[in-house]
Design a protein around this ligand. Sequence first.
Ligand SMILES: [Zn+2]
Length: 255
Amino acid sequence: MDFLMMEVIRNMLQLSHELGVESRQLAILGEGNTSAWVNDHSFMVKASGSSLRTLSEEDVTVCRFDRVLAILEDPGISDEALNQALMDSRMDSEAKKPSLETMFHAWLLKLDGIRFVGHCHPVSCNQVLCSPLAHEFAVFRSCPDEVVCCGEESVFVEYADPGLPLAMEIVQRTRRFMKQTGAIPRLICLKNHGIIALGPTWNSVLTTILMADKAATIFVGAAALGGPDYLSPAQVRRLAGRADEAYRQRQLGMR
Ligand SMILES: [Zn+2]
């Protein structure tokens, strides 16, 4: 294995272990998954059934982009054919079966500058995403640091079956978001399910998830007191465009 590959694996394991820290309540048991861009042709993703907290090198499967992205072109594919296609996408036939969520990871890792993706089910975020205020949480912002770390707004995805239906919904909603805002999202909110963060470094993905977790906790408290009172679009815009915020984003590895 070459040096670059070892570095990518090390970073992906680090991100996974940080997301799996029990006290953070972001993911338990086999919940959540992570992935990393390797090169134009391949990426690595958490193996099906493995745990973020204890993820090891053997639980990471390197897959071919073209094989995985082809699955997204075939919405009518049967469960058996999908499982086979995922197995066939592995670079190493000894590697474990990639996560059922591999399709959305592959698509997001092909966006400009995106190198790492993390998905989890934070208790805080799901309190909001399982409520009637889920959409508001995705599109409005309550605090300056939420704008810096999670972007001006998040992609909101309605509930879909995990696997291919969810991946297709994510692709459609993210495409629409990029067309409307002209930006690549940092955070995707999945109704009744969880969140996905994407970024240029493993640390930026962790930062976005930790801030989304905190923002959701604030949101729940503010909602209980008759709020939240959101930042205005002009306030959000100004925060996102300010030079000192750009500096902070660089310090946090967000740029
Ligand atoms: Zn999930």
